[in-house]
Design a protein around this ligand. Sequence first.
Ligand SMILES: N[C@@H](CCCCNC(=O)CCCC[C@@H]1SC[C@@H]2NC(=O)N[C@@H]21)C(=O)O
Ligand SMILES: N[C@@H](CCCCNC(=O)CCCC[C@@H]1SC[C@@H]2NC(=O)N[C@@H]21)C(=O)O
Ligand SMILES: [Zn+2]
Length: 632
Amino acid sequence: AFLENIITNPKFHDNTYTTRFIDETPELFDQVRRRDRATKLLTYIADVTVNGHPETRNRPAPPAHARKPQAPVYKTEIQKGTRDLLKELGPKKFADWMRAEKRTLITDTTMRDGHQSALATRIRTHDIVGIADAYARGLPGLFSLECWGGATFDVSMRFLTEDPWERLHLVRDKAPNILLQALVRGANGVGYMSYPDSAVEFFIKEAAANGVDLFRVFDCLNWVESMRVSIDAILETGKLCEGAICYTGDMLDPARSKYDLKYYLDLAKQLEAAGCHILCIKDMGGLMKPNAAKVLFKALREQTDLPLHFHTHDTSGISAASVLAAVEAGVDAVDAAMDGLSGLTSQPSLGSLVAALERTEYATGLDQKVTRDISVYWETVRQQYAAFESDLKGPAAEVYLHEMPGGQFTNLKEQARSLGLDGRWHEVAETYAAVNKMFGDIVKVTPSSKVVGDMALMMVSSGLTVADVEDPKRDVAFPDSVVMLFRGELGQPPGGWPKELQKKILKGEAPVTERPGKMLPPVDLDAIKKDLSGKPGVEGPTGTEIASYLMYPKVFTDYAALADIYGPTSALPTPVYFYGLPEEQEISVEIEQGKSLVIRCQAIGRTDEDGMVRVFFELNGQPRMVKVPDRA
Ligand SMILES: N[C@@H](CCCCNC(=O)CCCC[C@@H]1SC[C@@H]2NC(=O)N[C@@H]21)C(=O)O
Ligand SMILES: N[C@@H](CCCCNC(=O)CCCC[C@@H]1SC[C@@H]2NC(=O)N[C@@H]21)C(=O)O
Ligand SMILES: [Zn+2]
């Protein structure tokens, strides 16, 4: 009881309290400090049962009839797949193999862009890893699993209290035969800002060493100069480097001549010259129309012999038609999401594309019973994430006006709602388009899209028009992200920033025209190791911990401190992670391969005079009690 008291006292995690405790009772301290993972997990379950989770509080709850997701179990051996091929052939010959394949190669984006676009990136490692074995055995012919990078890196630590590297390791173990694909933002790594080149290099090397086989690299302004930081680091790792060109505007519209066919063909030449093994047209807004796809991919096919990969979103409802047009025009690989997480701001439906290509020369060869089974799994998983559903009910051709990337659309709608602008969404969309024009008609994808969003929300909520903003006599408080953008901290658009506006925003400060990462002081790994060692929840610090810290110092140390208190929460089933364990319910938690805990909630006490609540469990048959604060 004495020990339990110490453990569950909220002051336990405040170092001064613990230090005094060590001085007074060193022999006891070991027993307390060694708090095993089970005790930590019970602390988490008690806390979330009593207090809920910040992410799901006051949000729609899963339907009462929601069932436990059951991954299909396939008895077939794990056959050789694209990862085995890459190991055999090396990246260059692998790219030749792609070009020789007649069938259309399919990338499944469900584990990354699918839920980033449909559910604000909130799907947890537990649900992602749960289906990996089925992919490995049931879809060995899949080209790649896009399962890492992009916003998943940030969200897993910041909102889901789990380690993105653990997710990568577990998917790697369960699906050893299929290429694991990650999205990286050129000189921004997986962050929203520019980093010193050495930080990006360190991150890429760590990601390659921990399981990423194919890196898709893009820059938020299509500035190849910035992309080279990642490209060069990836080429050194021997992994596949896919250079992505972000598609924007409307290629065949004479009014959008800035982004015409020549613009894209020139960028493709630059990326080929930079050494990319594969070229990707990354249509993050779903702006590609079937006619443009036909013209663009035909022209690219004639210009280069590199394999071509097409990524789009279904916001307008036309994306499957664009994908089929691209296939006819010679594209080698296309992205799709499993039906249950496809459509609208996500990718087009994988099952439907496979069926549409059946009995054509481009047939994918994927087993449609398996794609149906796996889609049913994702549908069931999705029920647990009701808290993160957007209110978008149908396709929106409005996307051709605002050109927002799929992943941002739902997030910006949320942000507008929280600012009390929900009745004015179409005004936000119009203003977003006006801001894009005011900024010189730029590529809009994380992080440049975030800046346009910040400006649009600021203008709508403070009733500012473009004329007001551009008026040299009118004082405007520009969001920090806008100042950063015009200072050049996210790179340079072709032709630079609109001069007048830049002058007004920078108030005479000189802009940066070089690549920011080149000017930033290189990372000091020794200083970081010293800074990190001893922080709660930090092991070594290991290479992956340093890589996380380089990208997100505060988000990482906050995450590590929570992991130190709550243990391996990623192993918990999603209903328990977000909503707790009701009395009389029992779960089995596999905290590592072959080691499971059986946890049963017996009773939840009342809040005592110290504002603490006792929660009684049975852990593998043994009675256990933990006390947690009532945070009401
Ligand atoms: N706004 C911050 C990020 C913080 C967002 C909310 N944080 C989390 O979702 C992770 C912390 C979980 C706290 C646990 S959940 C169970 C229990 N219930 C609680 O109320 N607290 C604990 C940013 O943008 O960085
Ligand atoms: N997480 C925020 C974004 C935070 C953005 C902070 N941005 C930077 O630190 C950019 C780094 C480049 C700084 C440039 S380089 C040339 C000049 N010299 C300097 O010392 N600094 C500038 C979000 O969510 O938006
Ligand atoms: Zn996307």
